[in-house]
Design a protein. Structure first.
Length: 304
């Protein structure tokens, strides 16, 4: 907290307390004995609904006085008066850290039962899946959706198509270490006509409608600039994160405009590393949950 903010907080606290005391003093004044008991404030509503001018009831007044006394005691005991830490030395950061540590210790005890178990085994464990689903919902659903079926630019994790590989350890590596897409922009190298031709060829690989002559021309351009990552057959390379262009699964869109955008400007999607965020124990349970979603518990039994 800066010095200016420190004094501002102190000033506001003092003004509020003094203002409350002043208001109580004013409202506590008794009306003169000879004052008209039926005196009003002069306010009237609907012609005959008036407001009497009478002091607060004593019990109500003492209740307000109690709140002022409470506020002063609170500011002595706890932080709230600028940088003053309070007599008790309480701090919300240390209090929160202690609560987090207690929760972490409890969670480690629960998850320790899964330590050392292969991911395919965890993918068949209903309790492991339940915990993994909760961790996924808290950390992964924002991008991949609550059902893990993804969004444009964020992969569907509930199918069997993988950009970086769908083996258990590959999935775990993606979660812990993250992934960074490196699709370079090729618009300058291809030119507008070249981009149109490569778009036609890419669409032809997956059986989509395309211009046949443009696709034939695009095949040669593809062989020059794209095969290093996507392969001569267009089936991609999971070691590089280069997607398969011959199926009907698209990370962004199969529309010609979307493919042209990717070729022109490249793609730089990033999967952040979650190892430092959720730790290895939770990451393993998320990997098992995703593995179960994508391949089914029975089908992953032999994969290690």
């Amino acid at each position: 907290m800066s010095s200016a903010m420190n004094w501002l907080v102190i000033l506001l606290a003092i003004v509020n307390i003094v203002g409350a005391v002043w208001l109580l003093i004013v409202t506590a004044k008794k009306a003169p004995e000879d004052a008209d008991a039926t005196a009003t404030t002069g306010h009237a509503w609907d012609g005959d609904l008036v407001e009497y001018n009478k002091p607060l009831p004593r019990w109500w007044l003492w209740l307000f006085i109690g709140t002022v006394i409470f506020s002063i005691i609170y500011l002595v005991l706890y932080p709230g008066f600028g940088r003053y830490a309070g007599v008790l030395g309480w701090n919300q950061n240390t209090d929160h850290a202690a609560a987090v540590q207690a929760a972490e210790e409890k969670a480690r005890g629960i998850m320790a039962q899964f330590d050392g178990q292969p991911l395919p085994t965890l993918a068949r464990d209903l309790k492991a899946q339940s915990i993994g689903r909760n961790v996924f919902a808290n950390n992964c659903a924002t991008c991949h959706g609550s059902d893990a079926r993804g969004n444009p630019g964020f992969p569907n994790l509930a199918d069997n198509d993988w950009i970086w590989g769908g083996q258990p350890e590959q999935i775990l590596s993606s979660i812990i270490d993250g992934r960074t897409a490196v699709m370079p922009p090729l618009g300058a190298a291809l030119g507008d006509k070249g981009v149109t031709e490569v778009v036609a060829y890419v669409r032809s690989l997956s059986g989509l409608s395309h211009d046949r002559r443009a696709a034939e021309a695009g095949s040669a351009r593809f062989a020059t600039l794209c095969v290093a990552c996507h392969g001569a057959d267009g089936k991609g390379n999971q070691a590089l994160g280069a997607p398969n262009l011959t199926d009907d699964i698209w990370l962004y869109s199969a529309e010609a405009a979307s493919i042209a955008e990717a070729i022109n400007y490249g793609r730089n999607g990033q999967m952040p590393a979650h190892g430092p965020i959720i730790g290895e124990q939770r990451a393993r349970l998320v990997a098992a949950y995703v593995l179960h979603l994508s391949q089914g518990a029975e089908s992953v039994g032999g994969q290690q």
